[in-house]
Design a protein around this ligand. Structure first.
Ligand SMILES: C[S@@+](CC[C@H](N)C(=O)[O-])C[C@H]1O[C@@H](n2cnc3c(N)ncnc32)[C@H](O)[C@@H]1O
Length: 226
């Protein structure tokens, strides 16, 4: 695992998020246990050209790195040292500690980028840079899959998952997410809703139609125009 420099104290929401995940990595992993990503990953598998897959904001690697590591070349990236350390156990030597707004990868290095529940933590003014970075590291025709909101929302929880650390979100809904992706050169071609079980007793998440009243977040699939 490679590391970036420690950011100085008190910079912005991103520092709170990074430190939050350093403290909550194990708590989050336990709460995400019932995540059901098979259908989403199947779509990525079938839609992406052959090649390497980046799990951006990979957390402990359970969402994409672990299911894909034996079938495709993969890389994981997370700015939390604790999360990146956990992910490195899943994909040894293929996880980088770094920031989605400045990816440490070459142009065109990936066939697909999966960003499960991660861009929702990026400060609003930096989200366009994330999509520009996804476009830069994808090959022409490459696929990005990102979790967004059903509507714009920003907020904070001072004791997230009862784990003793605060967490912040800065979430764009479908319209503004689509606009940001299009500005970066993507075409949105599929949107799926999810009822997110994180923090629930049963912990299970399930996919629903994007326009379902039950949808709490969205997974957007977008293709980089060749
Ligand atoms: C809700 S967790 C999701 C983890 C994993 N993708 C999953 O589905 O379980 C969000 C992850 O994104 C990471 N993250 C948030 N902002 C990031 C950024 N700007 N650069 C890199 N990682 C970031 C956090 O450290 C955290 O591990």
């Amino acid at each position: 695992m490679t590391t970036d420099d420690e950011a100085p104290d008190g910079l912005a929401g991103r520092e709170l998020v990074r430190r939050g995940y350093d403290e909550l990595a194990d708590t989050y992993a336990a709460e995400r246990e019932g995540n059901e990503n098979d259908a989403l990953l199947d779509r990525l598998r079938s839609d992406a050209p052959p090649g390497r897959v980046l799990d951006a904001g990979c957390g402990d690697g359970a969402s994409a790195l672990e299911p894909l590591v034996d079938e495709r070349p993969v890389a994981g990236l997370d700015f939390s040292r604790s999360q990146a350390t956990l992910a490195n156990e899943v994909a040894p030597g293929r996880v980088v500690q770094g920031d989605m707004t400045a990816l440490p990868f070459a142009d065109g290095a990936f066939a697909a980028v999966g960003a499960f529940y991660s861009v929702i933590h990026v400060p609003a003014e930096e989200t366009p840079a994330v999509y520009e970075e996804f476009a830069r590291v994808l090959c022409p025709g490459g696929i990005a899959m990102v979790t967004t909101g059903t509507e714009d929302w920003a907020g904070r929880n001072d004791d997230w998952l009862a784990g003793g650390a605060p967490m912040e979100w800065d979430i764009f809904g479908l319209d503004r997410s689509t606009a940001h992706l299009e500005d970066a050169g993507f075409t949105v071609y599929e949107t799926v809703g999810v009822v997110d079980g994180l923090g629930d007793d049963e912990k299970t998440s399930r996919l629903v139609a994007a326009d379902s009243d039950d949808a709490e977040k969205l997974f957007i699939f977008a293709r980089l125009e060749p």
